[in-house]
Design a protein around this ligand. Sequence first.
Ligand SMILES: [Zn+2]
Length: 392
Amino acid sequence: MTSACPACLGPDLRPFYTVERVPAASCLMLDDEAAARAFPAGELRLAVCESCGFVTNTAFDPALTRYEDDYEESQGCSPRFRDYAAELADGWVRRYGLAGKTVVELGCGKGDFLATLIASGVGHGIGIDPAVRTERIDPALRPRTTWIPGLFPEALETIDAEAVVCRHTLEHIAPVGAWLRTVRSAIGARTDTVVLFELPDVLRVLREGAFWDVYYEHCSYFSAGSLAALFRRSGFEPLDLRRTYDDQYLVIEARPVPAGRAPAGVDTGDRDDVLAAAGTFVARMEEARTHWRGRVRKVAASGGNVLLWGASSKAVGFLATLGDDARHVAAAVDINPHKQNRHLAGSGHRVVAPDAVPDLAPDLVIVMNPTYAAEIGRGLDARGVQTALETL
Ligand SMILES: [Zn+2]
């Protein structure tokens, strides 16, 4: 249980959203439906810090989450996501002169992005993640990569590299302030190391009432302002901070400042925006939930089939929050073969391949990530599937 802000240590965390039971893992695929349904649940109790605007799940229990090798966070199967990742990697290699250099990736997942960085010219990649599976790594990459199955900093105490990359990982860490200071001290005296982080933007989630983007593993939520402030407080100077991927993500690029020197620049100060958006989140979220409950009930009442497209954390969050109405959804479709024929934690929905969609004859396909809508529409057309296609 958290009582002070894990980012700024501010004393006032204002609670604004509670869900008593959500699956404690939303990327974990289970082979067995009954085991998926019986998956342990945790509690969401989101609170916003009145000092810095950081949002945290004060009921988060790290013992309930596990990031083992059946954790399937990889979005690398989507062409749209691959293009985005390649562009990001190219941009970082060019902007920070990383060709031929060494990059450490904290929370590298299955290693897709590190492979992309190598393809963009990085000389050597060191990836650390509890879910690393070396057998999935392209053998051609092995001489230029080092894979460490484990957690930072336990399995990697010092960082000696030109860049530290960390994508979609900080939001999984509860003691964010302490952790980022550990990153800073692991870099040590080396101030030429560039630090490149990417994570979801909480302001969008709150403003859109995007309840599908709130799930158990995400215990920490940042806005641009609270992220920049945390970096400064942890001994980093932000060089750039921007929104990417249809404004879903924040990308921050920073450098360590030498010990004893204060980082330059001022914080963007969006705390009041976050506080206001947190205040209206429940109303927005209820509105969205009522809409989707109505949609799936209506299709089910006329004997139709509903599918979700994207067996992602969003799907798990979406189904968990729909409650009883989740039974009107037949299955989740995903292009990742490692997810297919397995089950989502919590609701137990089966994950099917796109080629199974014609047989399921959907009347409504709900796209979990609007970014993929065009790609999915083409996939349905190519398979001769006539259906309504709607996005979250
Ligand atoms: Zn705070």
